[in-house]
Design a protein around this ligand. Sequence first.
Ligand SMILES: [Zn+2]
Length: 89
Amino acid sequence: MITYYVEAEQSCPECHGTGVVEHPAWRAYWAAHPAGLPTAEDDARWFSAQGYGTIPPEEWDCDECDGTGVLRQRVTLTEALAALGLVTP
Ligand SMILES: [Zn+2]
């Protein structure tokens, strides 16, 4: 028996295809200070109080898609055709 495979590709749901996500500390920062803090020193103090030695980058590569914005997986041709409604699984 021969099994045929195709590659399925979809936009990453975690980062919505951008390849980057907001750092959780920054999400908390913006939730607590929608307009930001007055000075960079205030920012540094706030992040230090949260346990960060330095201010982390606001965005970083998405772990789910390794920063590509796309998720790929190998599926059987039968599964792909069923997903497209072209055959009944
Ligand atoms: Zn992603």
